[in-house]
Design a protein around this ligand. Structure first.
Ligand code: TYD
Ligand code: MG
Length: 446
C-alpha cells in the first residue's frame, strides 16, 4: 500500500498544502488549516474501454420553455448536467428558473430546493408568473439531505437556489465559503451524473466578489450561465461563460416585467437605435454567437488635468479601449492625451468581439470633435495597431441585420461585399472610416 499523504486545507479559501501552517499562506487567515482525509490507499486497477467502442449519441435535450435560454444552452437542457446560473442578487435568477420549472413540469418531474425563500414565498412568485404548477418543493440547506433526496426522488430537472445556502456539516466553515460551495458543487455534479438529473444551481456574485461564488466553481460544473445587467434596468442579458454542450458566444436578452422575465427576440431593435445627430454615439454591428446584434455605443470625451487621464469602459474591455484610444491619437490625428474618455454600451450589454472596435472609435471621435456620426449608419471592423481596418467575420450577416433595421449604410473594412440596398462605405484605415462616417471631420488644424 502506498503511504497515505496527509493534506491540509484552508477552510476559508480552499488552499491546500502538504503541511500545516498557523497562518494560511494564501488568504492569510489564522488557524484555518485543517487536516483533510488522507486519500492514498492503492486503488485496484480498472478495466479500460476502447474509444472506438464508446457509444456517443448527441443525447436528448430538454426544452426549457424559454426559447432564449434554450439557445444559450446550445439547444435545450442536457440531462445529467450541472448548470450554474450566476448573477448579482435581484437580477432575476430565481424568477427565470421558476418560469423554467413551471414550463418543464407540464411533462416532466421537477423539484425546487430552496434555501433562500420559503415555499410560501415561492408560491407567491409563481402566482405572479401565471400560477403555481406541479413542481416539487423542498426547503433544505443541508447538503447530505439535498443529495439523498435527489437520489431518492430522481426528478428529471432540479433547481437549487442557491449554492451559497448549502452547507455540509462535515466541513467547519460557514455556508457560502469557498470550501463549502466547492464541496456542494462537486457532490451535486456527481449526483447529476449518477442519477441522470439536470440540475440548475443558482450562485450569487457580488460586484466586489465578496461572496464565494461562480468563479470558484467554474471548473467544476458543465455549464456556467451569467446573468448581467442590474436590477435598476429592466433589461437583462444572459450568456454562457462556459458550456460543455454548446457555444459560449450565444446571448439572450430578457426584459423584467410585472409578470416575470420575457425574452426579447429582436435585441437590435432595442439596443441598436441611436438618435440622429447625437454627438458621441455610434451604432456597432457586433456578432454575438450565431447572430449579429446592433448596439449603440456612447462616448464622452472631457478635458482633464489628470496626469493619467481616465479611460472608463462599461461593457467594453478596458484594454481594448486603451488600445483604440492610442490608435486614434497615433494614426487618426485625434489627440486624447489631455482628455478623460468614457465609453458605454447600451442596455448593459458587454461586447468582447473585436468587430465592434470601429464603432467604439467612431463614438469617441464624434465626442471629441463635437460632430455627430452620419444618420442611419452602422459600423463594424477590427482596428489593428497600425491603424488599418481588418475584415470582420460574417460580414454578410451583419449587413443583413443593418438592412433589416432600416439603416442606410455601413462603414466597413475594404473588401466587404455590398449586400442588397444597404450602402457599404469601405475604408482601408481608421482615418478613412472617420472621414466617411463623420461629416464635420476636418484634418487636424485645417
Ligand atoms: P429574483 O429572481 O428574485 O432575483 P435573484 O434570484 O437573481 O436574486 O428577481 C427579483 C427582482 O425581480 C425583484 O426586484 C422583483 C423583480 N420581479 C419583477 O419585476 N417581476 C416579477 O414578475 C418577479 C417575479 C420579480
Ligand atoms: Mg433568488
Amino acid at each position: 500500500m502506498a503511504k497515505a499523504a496527509t493534506k491540509f486545507a484552508c477552510t476559508d479559501c480552499g488552499y491546500s498544502a502538504g503541511r500545516w501552517f498557523g497562518k494560511c499562506p494564501s488568504c492569510g487567515a489564522f488557524g484555518t488549516l485543517v487536516e483533510e482525509e488522507a486519500a492514498g490507499a492503492a486503488a485496484p486497477s480498472k478495466p479500460t474501454l476502447r474509444l472506438v467502442d464508446v457509444k456517443a449519441e448527441e443525447g436528448e435535450r430538454i426544452p426549457t420553455g424559454v426559447a432564449e435560454l434554450d439557445r444559450v444552452l446550445g439547444g435545450g437542457l442536457v440531462p445529467a448536467s450541472l448548470v450554474l446560473v450566476g448573477g448579482e442578487p435581484g437580477v432575476g435568477k430565481s424568477t427565470l428558473l421558476l418560469s423554467v420549472l413551471r414550463s418543464i413540469s407540464a411533462d416532466r418531474t421537477t423539484l425546487l430546493i430552496t434555501g433562500e425563500e420559503s415555499p410560501a414565498q415561492v408560491k407567491l412568485r409563481a402566482e405572479r408568473l401565471g400560477g403555481a404548477a406541479d413542481i416539487g418543493i423542498l426547503p433544505e440547506t443541508e447538503l447530505d439531505g439535498v443529495c439523498a433526496t435527489l437520489e431518492a426522488v430522481r426528478p428529471e430537472v432540479c433547481v437549487i437556489d442557491s449554492v451559497q445556502t448549502l452547507y455540509s456539516s462535515e466541513l467547519g466553515s460557514a455556508p457560502g465559503s469557498v470550501v463549502q460551495v466547492r464541496e456542494a458543487a462537486s457532490r451535486l455534479l456527481r449526483v447529476a451524473k449518477e442519477s441522470g438529473i439536470a440540475i440548475f444551481l443558482v450562485g450569487h456574485v457580488t460586484k466586489d466578489g465578496a461572496v464565494a461564488g461562480p468563479r470558484a466553481l467554474e471548473h467544476l460544473v458543465d455549464t456556467v450561465l451569467q446573468f448581467e445587467g442590474d436590477r435598476y434596468h429592466e433589461h437583462r442579458v444572459l450568456r454562457a461563460a462556459k458550456n460543455r454542450f454548446g457555444s459560449t458566444n450565444e446571448l439572450a436578452v430578457f426584459e423584467m416585467t410585472g409578470t416575470g422575465l420575457v425574452g426579447v427576440p429582436e435585441p437590435s431593435e432595442l439596443f441598436g437605435r441611436s438618435v440622429d445627430g447625437e454627438v458621441g454615439a455610434a451604432v456597432a454591428c457586433a456578432l454575438e454567437g450565431s447572430r449579429p446584434l446592433l448596439l449603440e455605443i456612447q462616448a464622452l470625451v472631457a478635458p482633464t488635468d489628470l496626469a493619467m487621464p481616465r479611460r472608463v469602459a462599461t461593457g467594453v474591455d478596458p484594454k481594448r479601449l486603451a488600445m483604440i484610444v492610442a490608435v486614434l491619437s497615433r494614426h487618426a490625428g485625434v489627440a486624447l492625451g489631455q482628455a478623460d474618455v468614457f465609453v458605454n454600451v447600451a442596455g448593459g450589454v458587454r461586447i468582447d468581439e473585436p468587430g465592434a472596435d470601429l464603432a467604439i472609435a467612431l463614438a469617441i471621435v464624434s465626442a471629441a470633435k463635437g460632430a455627430p456620426v452620419k444618420p442611419k449608419l452602422a459600423a463594424f471592423g477590427e482596428v489593428a495597431l497600425t491603424g488599418r481596418l481588418r475584415p470582420a467575420v460574417q460580414s454578410e450577416r451583419r449587413l443583413e441585420e443593418c438592412a433589416k433595421l432600416g439603416l442606410a449604410a455601413a462603414v466597413a473594412p475594404s473588401g466587404t461585399p455590398a449586400r442588397g440596398k444597404l450602402r457599404v462605405l469601405e475604408a482601408e484605415t481608421l482615418r478613412q472610416a472617420v472621414r466617411s462616417a463623420i461629416d464635420a471631420e476636418r484634418p487636424e488644424g485645417g
